[in-house]
Design a protein around this ligand. Structure first.
Ligand code: A3P
Length: 311
């Protein structure tokens, strides 16, 4: 652990670069970006803006990479950063090596003052089998947060994201089935597989007690963001500082937005990729998916000790 003296007004504050105390581990398309952006309003939370994918993709790089490697895109926006790099490359290619070297030693994890909670979000952690044991090896008392949403709308949201990047893929309806006439659902198709929450949660419960896992109700995060944020702050042991005063409902966007996001005085909604219009899906297929998910959802409610009301 390296520490930086951030002394102000005679008080010795030690800003320390630390491993995270809490993680948003999932689920993809559950509302994880909204949750992270809202949590960043809290003065006792230091959260990494981008997704480091340490425990799923970059684990071999080691914990020192996780705590010390600079995630350049965290603080710099992507486009100006790329232009900057290309310009340096054109004037002096060797400079680029020293620059990247220097950047790699800046902190990826945000610096925290004593008492502050360091966190990051990588939604893929929830569904990666190796992740629970790896996180447990780093910290057995870490707090885990999962944003869950009706697995059917989650799957459609996931599909909407996929089709925005690869428009030529088959329809949602045809990808849902292994064999449509036999009504056989392809549970391994990633948009459907991610929604098998009970199956994924089982792997986490082999390493962590339920009391260390907090579930955010994805639908309520939209209808009552302050209520959901209140419970998350309680779970993290923080004062309830984020309240309904921070939100307003933006009718054009159809979602809650922030009156004043961190470091700005202007109202702010999430970007265009959050809150996309979903394609219309055949009601018969939706019905089949309801039947498919029902036992999984019920099992999940039992395990989580909470009825999410999706069936
Ligand atoms: P859709 O785009 O399908 O509506 P994630 O950040 O985990 O990828 O989740 C994206 C989802 O967050 C969006 O899915 C949207 O429904 C949900 N969401 C929750 N609160 C939101 C908010 N305040 N603004 C925009 N999207 C929000």
């Amino acid at each position: 652990e390296d520490s930086v003296d951030a002394n102000s007004s005679g008080k010795d504050w030690t800003a320390t670069r630390r491993l995270p105390h809490a993680l948003i581990i999932g689920v993809k398309k559950g509302g994880t970006r909204a949750l992270l952006e809202f949590l960043r309003l809290h003065p006792d939370i230091r959260a990494l803006g981008s997704e480091p994918h340490f425990f799923d993709r970059h684990y071999a790089r080691g914990l020192s990479w996780y705590s010390s490697f600079c995630h350049v895109f965290d603080r710099c926006s992507v486009l100006p950063f790329c232009i900057f790099i290309v310009r340096i490359y054109l004037t002096s290619p060797s400079l680029i090596v020293s620059l990247l070297f220097l950047l790699s030693f800046r902190s990826m994890m945000p610096k925290a003052l004593n008492g502050q909670i360091v966190m990051e979000k990588t939604p893929r952690y929830f569904v990666t089998p190796e992740t629970p044991s790896r996180i447990h090896a780093m910290s057995r008392d870490i707090k885990l947060i999962v944003v869950v949403r009706d697995p059917i709308t989650r799957a459609i949201s996931d599909y909407t994201q996929i089709i925005s990047k690869t428009p030529d893929i088959p329809s949602f309806e045809s990808l849902t089935f292994k064999n449509r006439s036999a009504g056989q659902i392809d549970s391994l198709w990633s948009p459907l597989y991610i929604g098998l929450y009970a199956r994924h949660l089982e792997r986490w419960l082999a390493y962590f007690p339920l009391s260390q896992i907090h579930f955010v109700h994805g639908e309520r995060l939209i209808s009552d963001p302050a209520g959901e944020l209140g419970r998350v702050q309680d779970f993290l042991g923080l004062q309830r500082i984020i309240t309904d005063k921070h939100f307003y409902f933006n009718k054009t966007k159809g979602f809650p937005c922030l009156k004043k996001p961190e470091g700005s005085s202007k109202p702010h909604c999430l970007g265009k990729t959050k809150g996309r219009t979903h394609p219309k899906i055949d009601q018969e297929v939706i019905q089949k998916l309801r039947e498919f998910y029902q036992p999984h959802n019920l099992k999940f409610y039992q395990m989580a000790g909470m009825d999410f009301g999706w069936q």
